[in-house]
Design a protein around this ligand. Structure first.
Ligand code: SF4
Length: 704
């Protein structure tokens, strides 16, 4: 008998490429998964993580029922207790004593509702997201240059380009399907590929040029490029005059580096290699610069982003086929979170705290008198406020900050002393849940329904594939129930995710009313979507105008969403990373992802196939340092920073340069008995974006 269900389209649970999948329940009652040939991001292809998603769909470690102080309770009791605790803290200390820490794993509908509750009705802007850790520097850089946070180009641009620069991006491991598309394009029309990364990563396998720059010297490199373009008449003066402001400041700052010799000294790249890079950029109008965590996770991450964008604006290489700066984001819905104001520093629909007309528009749209008036605390500052007692309640949703934030021992101490820690999650046990006073079981991937936005602005449906385990609920439902019990019922009377999406769409359409400065984020073409249309929604790339037409590329008309319609060059002075380098901590620790694991491994750690790639936390050490410390392959070594220590197995490799080491971020205190890399990591942040510096921690090694 054939009991197979029909194929249902959804999206992968992992990275920001946002691949489409098709899934069905087979005759054995299990999920089959394959790529969706019609999805524009992946055209049927999937990487190993997506292909093993079924291995992660287990009841092991699922949170199945609500709990208060680890005792099972009914949903009514858990929700009532959540409201009692939040309300008593708000009454006593004010709304800012309550914080929310959410996640790029949430669906857009969940994200929209939690922001509406926090900023719009409780009146606290202390709601930040783990996306702060991966792309907030890109957000801040885009806002400064373009007037709004947006990714100008699309994946097709990587295929159409003559030169693709991957800077601070190990695309091969972190965004595998986009890497495969690039590799195929290279084979078909000989795309030149430049990798800028202190490490020799898997992405270097297809590189024509690898610039293993000194960590943190990206601004010197791109200021040097701007200098070169200016001095050799490669800048597009007509474009600059018509569509930009402030180039003089950027050129003057770049010129302080004065010559290739200076840039060479700062970046550690020979003058000859620098010239090869500059000429590749200068002579190929179709150039795409892809940037990711290696650029963003830095104390000068925002300036690095602007240094890259400056070079594209100076040559008019934006909004054109195969010519764009391109930020690639980590999580499946970091982009959707950005759209609904997921960061403490933004309002929904790309509206801004700094603009009174924006604030008023949102107040009117939500019909609230409580909308927060100024930005809230960014992630690291938020946990500092929990540590010092200013914040007395935190609701953590779909993320594991006790393992993933820098200086994670401090985060654990802060949560241990916080009077009210509410955690919504689909797992029952992780580093953060140890501190929860109230645990709320949420639906996981395969049970949830809603939308996500990928790195090229495609909004895709994530659909329910399997029945929900235990008493888990959608995140939007949990938040809505709390809002209703707090007395905000009229504004939170949603009964399904389609209603929430419709409200988000309506806000973006109101936002683009003729009396407003138009925002690029416009979904007005989806305004008349019925619940049935929402169920059947195909991927849509915003902006989507009134006629439903999607826009693949932004700024093709040279008009930017600023007051005068022009983009802005930003002066980006070079600052070396602050590392606390000393004889006590003489090596520089870099961190990143590996191919087959994801975040803190709560999901990928369940797959035996994925574990086969790299089975335990390793530290990559250059042979000369291995000699110096008398280390051999597979030996254990204690790594110490000014914050903590942890033990790792040595892998001697020329992938890292001398005096640099590399450790993957995934293993935590809970999954590795020898300690967590995040406990070691420097907690300093970019002063503009608040993004922590995950790539430059001073450490010492002690052989065991
Ligand atoms: Fe999933 Fe990213 Fe792999 Fe695509 S590239 S299948 S979105 S992990």
């Amino acid at each position: 008998m054939n009991n197979q269900s029909s194929w249902v389209k959804s999206t992968c649970a992992y990275c920001g490429v946002g691949c489409g999948i098709k899934s069905r329940i087979n005759n054995q009652g299990q999920l089959d998964i394959k790529g969706d040939e019609q999805h524009p991001a992946n055209k049927g292809k999937l990487c190993a993580k997506a292909l093993t998603l079924t291995e992660t769909l287990t009841n092991d470690n699922r949170m199945l029922i609500p709990q208060i102080l680890n005792k099972p309770v009914s949903w009514n009791e858990a929700l009532d207790e959540t409201v009692t605790q939040l309300q008593s803290i708000i009454n006593r200390y004010g709304p800012s004593a309550v914080a929310f820490y959410v996640s790029g794993q949430l669906l857009t509908e969940d994200y929209y509702v939690v922001n509406k509750l926090a900023k719009g009705f409780i009146g606290t802007a202390n709601i930040d997201t783990n996306s702060r850790l991966c792309m907030s520097s890109a957000v801040a850089g885009h806002q400064r240059a373009f007037g709004e946070d947006c990714v100008a180009g699309c994946y097709d641009d990587l295929e159409a380009a003559d030169v693709v620069i991957l800077t601070g991006s190990n695309l091969a491991w972190c965004h595998p399907i986009l890497f495969q598309r690039l590799k195929l394009a290279q084979q078909q029309h000989n795309t030149k590929i430049v990798v800028i990364d202190p490490r020799h990563t898997a992405s270097c396998d297809i590189a024509d040029l690898h610039l293993a720059i000194t960590p943190g010297s990206d601004i010197a490199l791109f200021n040097g490029l701007l200098n070169y373009l200016n001095n050799n008449n490669y800048i597009d003066q007509e474009y600059i005059n018509a569509h930009t402001n402030n180039i003089e400041a950027a050129l003057t700052t770049a010129a302080t580096l004065s010559n290739d010799e200076n840039v060479s000294q700062l970046t550690g790249i020979s003058a000859e290699k620098l010239r090869t890079f500059y000429q590749l950029f200068a002579n190929h109008p179709r150039t795409v610069t892809v940037y990711s965590q290696g650029v963003n996770q830095s104390i000068s991450g925002t300036d690095k982003v602007n240094a890259i964008i400056n070079c594209h604006l100076a040559t008019g290489r934006i909004g054109k086929l195969g010519a764009t700066p391109f930020s690639i984001t980590g999580q499946p819905n970091a982009m959707g979170g950005r759209e609904v104001g997921g960061l403490a520093t933004t309002l929904a629909a790309h509206l801004s705290f700094e603009r009174q007309d924006h604030w008023q528009l949102l107040s009117d749209f939500w019909q609230t008198n409580n909308l927060a008036t100024k930005p809230g605390l960014k992630a690291v500052d938020m946990f500092d406020a929990i540590a010092n007692g200013t914040i007395k309640a935190v609701w953590i949703i779909a993320t594991n900050p006790a393992a993933s934030l820098p200086n994670s021992n401090k985060i654990n101490r802060a949560l241990a002393q916080c009077p009210c820690v509410i955690v919504s999650d689909c797992v029952n046990n992780n580093d953060t849940l140890r501190h929860a006073t109230i645990k709320l079981p949420a639906q996981g991937w395969s049970e949830k329904s809603g939308t996500v936005t990928n790195s090229e602005r495609y909004i895709s449906r994530q659909r329910r594939l399997l029945p929900t385990q235990g008493e888990a609920k959608p995140d939007w439902w949990i938040i809505t129930q709390v809002a209703q019990r707090m007395g905000f019922g009229d504004s939170f009377n949603y009964t399904n995710e389609a209603q929430i999406f419709a409200e988000h769409v309506a806000l973006t359409a109101t936002n683009n009313h003729p009396h407003q400065t138009p925002r690029l984020l416009n979904l007005s073409g989806l305004s008349h979507l019925t619940a049935h249309d929402y169920d059947n929604l195909l991927p849509q790339q915003w902006p989507i105008n009134d006629d439903g037409i999607n826009q693949q590329r932004l700024f093709s008309d040279g008009i930017f969403p600023t007051q005068d319609g022009k983009a802005c060059f930003i002066a980006t002075p070079y600052r070396p990373p602050i590392t606390h380098h000393s004889t006590a901590y003489p090596l520089l620790l870099n961190t990143g992802r590996i191919r087959d694991q994801w975040h803190t491994m709560t999901r990928t750690g369940l797959s035996a196939s994925l574990a086969g790639h790299i089975q335990e936390p390793l530290i990559s050490v250059h042979p000369t340092d291995a000699d110096h410390y008398k280390l051999s392959n597979n030996q254990l070594v204690t790594v110490t920073s000014q914050y903590s220590k942890a033990i790792f197995r040595v892998r001697i490799s020329t992938e890292v340069k001398p005096r640099q080491v590399f450790i993957a971020i995934h293993w935590t205190q809970q999954t590795s008995s020898s300690g967590s890399v995040c406990a070691l990591i420097d907690e300093q942040c970019d002063p503009i974006s608040g993004q922590p510096q995950f790539k430059a921690t001073a450490v010492q090694l002690t052989p065991l």
